[in-house]
Write a protein of this length. Structure first.
Lengths: 235, 240
């Protein structure tokens, strides 16, 4: 028997298997429906396009998106769990909606962060969040004339300008404070980089720098874990 | 946008084509919600907790959805009503959609999305580029998520530090996002918003525990988000 075969493989539960099947099938259908938009528009309207320039435009956006997809997929999928990831990567708005909805719901439900229960709670939260956005954008589409003056009111502007910091304060601070030791090094590095590079420059690269920050946080947590283990053994 | 392009962009055909993916994604979300809700029951999570989760997520999601309407309104004069609606409803990102639209029209030699030289032909090309450009997200799901998920679970099953690795990843993520806001001394409104919402989250939970008003804890997240934004609204005219 080879060493590979000796390893016990983790079996996915019936629910988890079903989620993967649902997820794959619905994502395939959604991809087909998305491709149908430009395809049918071209076929039915008969409007010719400049293929060279279209490909050029696609390469520009595609290469940027390609890097982003790899980084976001590797970073968010383990945190969200499979069910929530299937939904998040077809509905979007990860950092500003789906991740906070999932994380705050897991905290509210009082379940263990990496447990199967947390995965299910995250899926429920992301599904609800997706539906709310779809409904609000539908209302926005038809009620834009009424909504826009309210949303673009200069009094509210500082509020919307600071939505992300407010969101990160509500989601991030409790997590960072709770694990202050483990969070200390990555937070200090983020602060130092912001001070050296400037806020605007660091903000531009932050989504691409996520894997590095995650690696640093994992490495530092490991150092603390080993140290605590040694302390335990000695006592 | 000239009238010829507007006729294509705001046509019934465009409305129909954009509605289909949005309906599919809506059905997908409902299926996942129902399936997860039932499984949560099987796992012993009470109906009360499940309802709390649904309410928390629904109430919280309203506020971050509002700026997306503003982005939709920014894109509409250039790209018509329905393409921005689709792009922001499906794989939409409040941050990147504006940039993606801008990049797409610039590839055709226009100055930006506000350029009136957007012909029906360029509009159709932009529809191709903006729709296909984001397909890598669901494709990653289709081809890699099952394997990746299994790998993660395999890793966690080993126990020890591996169980702590994913929470540590989340800490790294939060550090990368929160760090810049608290170090942004030049525009300290971000510091105000982070501090106000963070303090509110802690305070509301503490008050809920002491007073027995559990609803405060249930709504602590959306309330803190609004509180952080309100602090910026109130303090901006005073401090800047």
């Amino acid at each position: 028997m080879s060493t590979k075969e000796k390893k016990t493989k983790v079996e996915l539960s019936a629910y988890q298997k079903q989620i993967h099947t649902f997820g794959r099938v619905t994502n395939i259908i959604a991809v087909a429906a998305l491709i149908a938009v430009p395809l049918m528009l071209s076929l039915i309207s008969g409007i010719p396009i400049d293929l060279g320039l279209t490909v050029k435009g696609f390469i520009g956006i595609g290469s940027l998106m390609g890097v982003m997809v790899i980084v976001e997929f590797m970073s968010y999928a383990p945190i969200l769990g499979a069910g929530a990831t299937y939904l998040t990567f077809i509905t979007g708005n990860t950092m500003n909606m789906k991740l906070p909805a999932a994380k705050s719901s897991v905290r509210l439900a009082g379940v263990e962060e990496t447990s199967p229960e947390a995965e299910i709670i995250s899926t429920m939260a992301v599904a609800v969040s997706s539906l709310v956005t779809i409904i609000i954008l539908l209302v926005g589409l038809f009620g834009l004339n009424f909504l826009l003056p309210v949303l673009q009111n200069p009094v509210l502007k500082p509020g919307f300008d600071n939505l992300m910091p407010a969101l990160m304060g509500a989601m991030g601070l409790p997590v960072l404070v709770k694990s202050l030791k483990e969070a200390s090094v990555p937070v200090i590095i983020a602060i130092i980089l912001t001070l050296i590079m400037g806020y605007a420059a660091f903000s531009r690269i932050v989504s691409m720098a996520l894997p590095a920050f995650m690696a640093i946080a994992v490495a530092w947590s490991y150092v603390i874990y080993r140290r605590d283990l040694k302390k335990k053994e000695q006592s | 946008m000239n009238t010829e392009t507007a006729a294509v962009a705001n046509s019934g055909l465009m409305l129909l084509l954009c509605t289909i993916p949005i309906v599919i994604v809506t059905i997908q979300a409902i299926i996942f919600l129902v399936r997860a809700y039932r499984e949560a029951g099987n796992m012993g999570i009470s109906v009360e907790t499940r309802k709390k989760v649904i309410l928390n997520s629904a109430v919280f999601s309203i506020v971050p959805s509002l700026p997306i309407i503003i982005i939709m309104a920014v894109l509409m004069p250039a790209l018509g009503k329905y393409l921005p609606w689709l792009r922001l409803s499906v794989i939409g990102s409040a941050f990147y959609e504006n940039m993606a639209a801008d990049m797409a029209v610039k590839a055709f030699g226009l100055s930006g999305i506000a350029d009136t030289g957007l012909t029906p032909s360029i509009f159709v090309s932009v529809t191709w580029v903006m729709t296909l450009g984001v397909l890598m997200y669901p494709l990653a799901n289709i081809f890699f998520l099952k394997r990746y998920d299994r790998g993660i679970k395999q890793m966690q099953s080993k126990g020890g530090f591996m169980v702590k690795a994913i929470p540590a990843m989340f800490l790294g993520l939060m550090a990368a996002y929160v760090g810049p806001y608290i170090a942004n001394y030049k525009n300290y409104m971000t510091i105000v918003a982070v501090a106000a919402s963070g303090i509110l989250v802690f305070s509301l939970s503490a008050i809920a525990k002491k007073s027995g008003q559990s609803w405060l804890n249930e709504f602590s997240f959306p309330l803190s988000l609004v509180g952080g934004m309100a602090a910026a609204i109130i303090l901006t005219p005073i401090l800047t």
